[in-house]
Design a protein. Sequence first.
Length: 352
Amino acid sequence: DATLYVNCLDSDFYHCMDNLKQGYIEMYPEAKFLGSVDVGSIEKNKKEGESVGLFFSGGVDAYTSLVRTAKKRPYLVSIWGADIFFDNVKGWESVHKCLKEAAGKFDLPLVTVRSSFREIFNEQVLDAQFKDILQDLWWHAVQHGVSIIGHAAPVAYKYGLKMQYIASSYSNADQNVRCASYPTLDNTIQYAGCSVYHDGFELTRTDKIRDIDAFCKANNKKINIHVCWQDANGKNCCMCEKCWRTMAEFWSQGIEPADYGFSYNEYKLKFMKRYLQLDFDFSDATRGFWLSIQKEFKKNKELISLFQYYNRIKWIETFDFYSVNNNCKRKLYLLVSKVIRFFRKRRENGRV
């Protein structure tokens, strides 16, 4: 129930705010959206142009939208400060190198916005304060859609963009999804004569994998996809849920992940099942992704059996993703881990 005072606000954004707010209200009916904005003056900002922009991170979603919009010659907009934080120079250099290579292969301009927007909020406090209402973390539930989209406003003004594309994370086949980047939110946003379009919502992740692979083969292009949130150096660690999930999506279509920037071996794969079974807390959305992969594994078993490390991944076909968060083996593992940590801490404090 706060009031935000703004001296001057872009006219297009001012007039879209009610629709954006309504999108949040419909997504989270149990929450109260009582806040308001007090604007001193409204300013029209528009440059005539026919160009378009595309947020580009180098991931599966972003590459799919790049393939779909390549003929429109989009400005590729990247944000240093989203997944790779503002002060991580080494990590950003690695990611930026991949982004420049992608822009070069498609002969497209690359624009980088450097921002500290992930650091001006205390996300841990917001998570704790609103988790019961949102049943999710603040970044995923509320912040990342509009806050990422807002970073293209100066780009849109400078280059006269008429449309800014942002790739979908989910599809219309996913059930009960609540996410800060969604068509009912993103498509309401406008600024500086530029509209926003949430692209690829009709496609599942496996649809996107197939489209990327088909495009690369048809156009003789080799690309490296970056999806990892864990590796501070900006590469795919191939040891986290996001990497494993994306690799599994490639396997499910009979496509070798190593051809798209995933460097892995049997040693890394042997931890996958154990981690997902014992350590990873599945959300409804993440479970939905894995269930879709499992369905493809069953359908394409013959293709998948040809992979070198098939014995390390075949468990995906029969894994129980529904009850994994509450199985007895996990509960025992967590209890034992808690006891070990307790006695380790006592020993470190000199009490044992």
